[in-house]
Design a protein. Sequence first.
Length: 114
Amino acid sequence: MHDRFDDGPSGLGFPVTAASTDEAHMGRTRNVDLSAPFAERPGKPAAELGLFDGRDECPAIWRLANGDIAVIGTDATEAYRDRLPEGVRIGEGERLVVLPGAMLAAAKPDIPDA
């Protein structure tokens, strides 16, 4: 199924907390709480999906305790920077990360609708 660290008070499988303002961090203006701990892994681990070959790399999707999502994947920022769709930009301190589509498909049942 998925790894879970804390059921929290939200009833959604993770605690919901207020994000701190971190405008100075890497030039971002969005509120990002970089102290938020990992809460749960939606979907299945890469090894269970046959996407882990035993090396150090291992793609993953994690929900943080504040509800944000963390993604571990291949940094493809420079490969895509000059061919982004119209109106899309990679801001200072941001990276474009690619992960196998099977990771998101496996996580879909664990991601609540908006």
